[in-house]
Design a protein around this ligand. Structure first.
Ligand code: SAM
Ligand code: DTB
Ligand code: SF4
Length: 326
């Protein structure tokens, strides 16, 4: 096998990514791990804590999501949280060791008065010395600029899957809409957090195409969350055939190879993974996790279990930003 290079390319072909998927597992992991070490300390993992600041009753029809008003998942909808309650949660996350606080809202897109409140939350999180991230649905250019002006660090907006499979999963907004929001976020100078979900019944070709779409954006997303579908009773994707765990590890490895400088997050779905699978994902190039007992509405591994796992692996978390003022 040739020596790995880590060119920052934006012209990946689906056939090239498919070739990576077809490599023998050990060859793929070896290559991904070598690329990982070119830009990252393999002992470090970045940890973000998530909070749902507005839960459920979302008008969108995403087939995977427990928060869509169209799926009867028994989830109790909640209005937007008070700023102080959000900042209490951020403080607790910081004390738990998280370096980034991510706030998610079940909106199609935020209204301007929603954004006023989110901006207060972002400012408060930054004052705690943590990085801030929000995921609020579609954003126009002005909204992205307002968030940047407030000091927001990252905006999460996922492509979710390939353009072809996307139509099977979401009908209420298009792939093009997603690309437009990403363009607005990027142009405002925000860091982009963008990835997808696997294990939704998509093919390997779909996974390859998702990775191509991410890698061929004008700049690679600074953060790439790879979610393994959390199956929630009442959602249309509950009961779909889960992805082979080794295929999931391959997906992480390939994201690492094609986006060498991006932080790859082993995102939703860790509760269903054993420690050995997570260890393989870290070896393959994942270097971020969500930390804390809950994702948005579903369970995440308990914090103590994660700390024990990192200790067993000889890994450490990256430090929160050192500019804390509170
Ligand atoms: N409403 C906003 C949006 O869709 O952009 C923000 C919140 S939404 C819950 C954020 C992301 O969570 C989705 O893009 C999707 O990738 C992920 N997600 C939602 N439900 C999931 C599930 N059951 N399993 C894995 N990931 C999920
Ligand atoms: C992302 O890619 N995954 C996170 C975060 N971005 C916002 C969300 C996962 C949600 C899992 C389902 C739930 O807890 O509701
Ligand atoms: Fe709404 Fe986001 Fe869930 Fe889709 S993923 S239903 S937009 S909360």
């Amino acid at each position: 096998m040739s020596t790995p290079t880590a060119d920052i390319r934006h012209d990946w072909l689906q056939s090239e990514v498919m070739d990576l998927f077809e490599l023998p597992f050990n060859d793929l992991l070896f290559r991904a791990h070598q690329v990982h070490r070119l830009y990252f300390n393999p002992r470090e993992v970045q940890i973000s804590t998530l909070l749902s600041i507005k839960t459920g009753a979302c008008p969108e029809d995403c087939k995977y999501c427990p928060q869509s008003v169209r799926h009867d998942t028994g989830l109790e909808p909640e209005t937007v949280m008070d700023v102080e309650a959000v900042l209490d949660a951020a403080r607790a996350a910081k004390n738990g060791g998280a370096s980034r606080f991510c706030m998610g809202a079940a909106w199609r897109s935020p209204k301007d008065r929603d954004l006023d409140k989110v901006i207060e939350m972002v400012k408060g999180v930054n004052e705690l010395g943590m990085e801030s991230c929000v995921t609020l649905g579609m954003l126009n250019a002005r909204q992205a600029e307002r968030l940047k002006g407030a000091g927001l660090d990252y905006y999460n907006h996922n492509l979710d899957t390939s353009p072809e499979y996307y139509k099977e999963v979401i009908q209420t907004r298009t792939y093009e809409h997603r690309l437009e929001t990403l363009e607005n976020v990027r142009s405002a100078g925000l860091n982009v957090c963008c990835g997808g979900i696997v294990g939704m019944g998509e093919t390997r070709e779909d996974r390859a195409e998702l990775i191509v779409q991410l890698a061929n954006l004008p700049t690679h997303p600074q953060s790439v969350p790879v979610n393994n579908l959390v199956q929630v009773p009442g959602t249309p994707l509950d009961g779909v055939e889960p992805i082979d765990p080794l295929e999931f590890v391959r997906t992480i490895a390939i994201a690492r190879i094609v986006m060498p400088k991006s932080v790859v997050r082993l995102s939703a779905g860790r509760t269903e993974m054993n420690d050995e699978m997570q260890a393989l994902c870290f070896f393959a190039g994942a270097n971020s996790i969500f930390y804390g007992d809950k994702l948005l509405t579903t369970d995440n591994p308990e914090a103590a279990r994660d700390m024990a796992l990192l200790k067993r692996l000889g890994m450490q978390t990256t430090e929160p930003r050192q500019t804390a003022t509170a």
